[in-house]
Design a binder for this molecule. Sequence first.
Ligand SMILES: Cc1cc2nc3c(=O)[nH]c(=O)nc-3n(C[C@H](O)[C@H](O)[C@H](O)COP(=O)(O)O)c2cc1C
Length: 222
Amino acid sequence: MNNPIPKAFEEPYSPILYPIAKKKYLKEPSLKPEDSFLDVLVNRRTYRKFVRLSEDQLSAILWHSAKATELQFQENGFIWSHRPCPSAGGRHPIDLIISQPEAINTRKLALYNPIDHSLNELTLDTTQCLQFIEHINEVVPIGDATIIWFIADQFRTESKYINPLSLIWRDAGAFLNSLQLVCCAFKIACCPLGSLGEPFISDLFGEYTPMPIFGVGGCLVG
Ligand SMILES: Cc1cc2nc3c(=O)[nH]c(=O)nc-3n(C[C@H](O)[C@H](O)[C@H](O)COP(=O)(O)O)c2cc1C
């Protein structure tokens, strides 16, 4: 059972050392939604046909669903941040992995940095990467969709709360809702997937941190 009691002492943070090959800053988005917020709520639907996103569309989705707008750096190495969706303790334990449309066997994965609004191409095992993409494609055909996958870094929440798992799952739900509403606001298709992306996510990223890291779902957008 979850009992999110704050720990008496927060443990120092050791970050995931993602294998970043290339950083690309995204521009601040120029797109503006036409509908009111209440219309977006009324019109929200899951769509399963996808077209290739423009860079401005991808930037708008990430900016309005995930970008950090306030930061506090703590002495133990953790960051408290404010973003469009809530997160237990402001820890935001979910990192976003992005795969933009390409042929299935050449798709790459990039890490979204919510602080500097950049995409960071990752050097990963190509076989494991392909296995992950093929797995997603079996759940819902990906075509020209952009994959946005959620990776949980358990330690961010665990260092602050006893029994962190249910907090992380609720964080994933909170983010999923924000992401789909933002897509609807920009009239971009978004389909959440029931898969967690396991064991592929653990296999791909486990070696970059000594702490538990696992997939907590994701979406196809486009
Ligand atoms: C956690 C979660 C997992 C889902 N998994 C899938 C999935 O694997 N495949 C799919 O086609 N739709 C999936 N969906 C979308 C639901 O099928 C969809 O939300 C539901 O049919 C209601 O339709 P609506 O979102 O348009 O209201 C998922 C939705 C959620 C919230």
